[in-house]
Unconditional design. Structure first.
Length: 430
């Protein structure tokens, strides 16, 4: 602001407005008495850091708009939108800041709660008035006379009783839920009991000996040997555990297969019987009438052809029909090229399923002969090219149940024929 000048007597009269008679008289008296001569002028003090502004800057107006937005409200709230599948910023933020919140006890006159309270209050007033009337009537009756007052009082009392009995039940206010009461209880403490047990001291023994370098060396070497044996045992146990696990896995898979094995066999036989129905009919009922005119001659009718893929390069060395099951026969496969011995196979076929063998047994040497047992149709004896003799159990597919090899020195040449004999005296198979 520009510095202001000191106002003297005449200037002050010019600036100040006239306020009426008395002020003008005082001003004139002061001027006449020389008041301005002895009065000290007022000097305005200006601070050192005051800004010096021009008239235009002083007359400039600054407007300030007050809004109801909360300055502490967050502006970058982000929430996940399930509609768009991404995070989005919330455009509108609540700007309300609550400083004081108090639940009031006022009710609207037309509300249900207000009507109930007014009804209860009016009924209470009526009952109080009726009781006061009864008491006043009884007092007046005593003064006037016992008989007339008694009858009037009884009538009024009966009327008031009727009005009181018709009054509805007063709704009591619920109990204050914040009026808590503390209760404490102490349980019975069990008495302490001490029980002490003393064990027998371990036996002690004194041991003395002389030790030298050789004994220390021998002890260390014995300990090293024990550690190596323990490592070997651990390795063998690990291998055995791995084998057991593999066997368990195989058994579990075989168990799963064996559950449907019988049903699959039956289905396969039904399909083969349907496909080879004509051949089976020819096998049972076909008869060539031309055989009557041929002496010692006849005609052959091809029926089935049995084949197995792994046995294609092997020769059929023997064949044996089962004495009990007339549709079951076994074939032995090997090689007649004696300079090149090969592996062997024992295959059991059934006329009910010519497409695939019922049982397969693999052997290390070529099979040269076969023979089914007469009384035990599931036992099959086989002779091999290396001189071994084995017995297979059809009910347990896999390797041979019994095997007599050439290592014992009993037989080293090829076995060309095997036959089951009668059981011995002890009913042992022979």
């Amino acid at each position: 602001m520009p510095p202001s000048k000191t106002l003297g007597g005449p200037a002050r009269r010019a600036l100040a407005p006239s306020r009426g008679g008395r002020e003008d008289d005082l001003a004139s008296s002061r001027d006449n008495d020389g008041y301005d001569d002895w009065m000290t002028p007022k000097a305005l003090l200006k601070p050192d850091d005051q800004l010096e502004l021009t008239e235009v800057e002083l007359k400039e107006e600054f407007t300030r708009v007050l809004t109801a937005n909360n300055p502490h409200a967050p502006e970058n709230i982000v929430r996940y939108s399930f509609k768009d599948g991404c995070f989005k910023q919330i455009p509108h933020v609540d700007q309300l800041a609550v400083h004081l919140q108090m639940d009031s006890n006022l009710l609207h006159r037309d509300s249900d709660e207000a009507r109930r309270q007014m009804a209860t209050e009016s009924m209470a007033e009526l009952s109080d008035k009726a009781l006061s009337q009864i008491s006043s009537a009884i007092a007046e009756g005593k003064e006037e006379g016992e008989e007339g007052a008694a009858t009037d009082g009884e009538e009024q009392h009966a009327e008031v009783k009727k009005s009181v009995t018709l009054r509805p039940k007063v709704v009591t206010k619920p109990a204050n839920q914040f009026n808590f009461s503390e209760r404490a209880s102490q349980t019975f403490n069990n008495p302490y009991r001490e029980r002490g047990i003393q064990t027998e001291p371990p036996p002690r023994a004194n041991f003395t000996s002389n030790v030298n370098q050789w004994e220390i060396y021998d002890a260390y070497m014995a300990d090293l040997a024990k550690q190596e044996k323990a490592k070997e045992k651990k390795a063998t146990t690990k291998k055995e555990d791995d084998k057991k696990r593999k066997m368990l896995q195989i058994d579990s898979t075989t168990d799963d297969i064996t559950r449907v094995n019988e049903a699959a066999k039956i289905m396969e036989r039904m399909i083969n019987q349907n496909t080879f129905d004509e051949i089976s009919q020819d096998y049972k009922f076909w008869d060539d009438t031309s055989d009557e005119y041929r002496d010692q001659e006849g005609s052959l009718l091809p029926l089935w052809r049995f084949c197995y893929e792994p046995a294609k390069r092997l020769a059929v060395t023997s064949l044996s029909w089962s004495k009990h099951y007339y549709d079951l026969f076994a074939t032995g496969h090997g090689s007649y090229d004696y300079l090149k011995p090969t592996r062997g196979l024992v295959l059991c076929y059934s006329l009910k399923n010519p497409s695939f063998p019922e049982y397969v047994f693999e052997t290390e040497s070529g099979v040269m002969c076969l023979n089914f047992h007469k009384d035990y149709p599931y036992l099959l004896c086989a002779g091999f090219y290396d001189g071994s003799v084995g017995v297979f159990n059809v009910l347990r597919p896999g390797s041979a149940q019994y095997m007599c090899t050439a290592k014992g020195g009993k037989h080293t040449e090829p076995v060309w024929q095997v036959r089951w004999q009668q059981d011995d005296i002890d009913n042992n198979l022979n």
